[in-house]
Design a protein around this ligand. Structure first.
Ligand code: DGT
Length: 227
């Protein structure tokens, strides 16, 4: 259905670009993966709108959420949902779009984690879920492939310590373990939520050089958006 040289998919007679989402735990190496592919011709790379989450009209909902998730979880997640929707719907410049995470992982991983860990009040979860369901039932958000960077939570913990992002200093190992488990249930066991596209799993515990080699090896498979 897709020719890598052309990149365009034809579905229901309609030609549209291919959309690939890079998923994985916090500090799993998504940015490195996106940087690698940004050097390839004809790929549009969209990173997560983290800068916006750290500064919306002078406020930092990401930092607030880490300080007091029960109070600020809904605030961050509402904004994450909006900014991810905006990313999904923005005009695609080129035959292939590669984006960091998705509106799906924001809900299935992060909202779910806040709720399951008892840090999000039920009413906040209900309102976010209503929004999410309305969006996904009324707006087409096509995804053709999910690339899951599978890491041990310990690897992410080490990388987090090294990069030292101010807001993330409070993240404990248990948080990364919960996010990891939610990702595994969603994308590997496929027992929790609907998976919107085929999943390509790349083991991402290795150092930078080996990871770049893996991306090189998987490039064609990824760009042809088939398992
Ligand atoms: P990378 O390149 O794999 O190291 O990716 P990062 O760590 O730069 O980017 P990422 O997506 O893991 O997350 C940036 C920060 O935003 C991190 O502290 C986790 C947080 N975050 C991302 N999405 C959500 C979300 O939907 N809800 C919550 N609560 N936090 C989120």
């Amino acid at each position: 259905m897709l020719s890598p040289s052309q990149g365009k998919l034809v579905r229901n007679g309609e030609e549209r670009p291919t959309v690939i989402c890079i998923e994985g735990n916090i500090a799993s190496g998504k940015t490195t993966c996106l940087e690698y592919f940004s050097k390839t011709n004809n790929i549009e790379v969209l990173t997560e709108p983290v800068a916006k989450w750290r500064n919306v009209r002078g406020h930092n909902p990401l930092g607030l959420m880490y300080q007091d998730p029960t109070r600020w979880g809904i605030t961050l997640q509402t904004y994450v949902q909006l900014t991810m929707l905006d990313r999904h719907l923005s005009q695609i410049c080129g035959p292939v779009r590669m984006m960091e995470r998705s509106i799906f992982s924001a809900k299935y991983i992060f909202v779910e984690n806040l709720y399951k860990s008892g840090k999000m009040p039920e009413v906040d979860f209900a309102v976010l879920s209503e929004w999410f369901e309305w969006i996904t039932q009324n707006i087409a958000l096509p995804v053709d492939l999910i690339v899951y960077l599978q890491t041990k939570p310990e690897t992410c913990y080490e990388r987090l310590r090294e990069r030292c992002r101010e807001e993330e200093k409070v993240i404990p190992m248990e948080y990364l373990e919960s996010i990891h488990q939610l990702y595994e249930d969603w994308l590997i066991k496929q027992t929790s939520f609907k998976v919107p596209a085929p999943v390509l799993v790349i083991s991402a515990d290795d150092d930078l050089e080996k990871m770049l080699h893996q991306y090189e090896e998987n490039k064609e498979r990824i760009l042809s958006a088939q398992r």
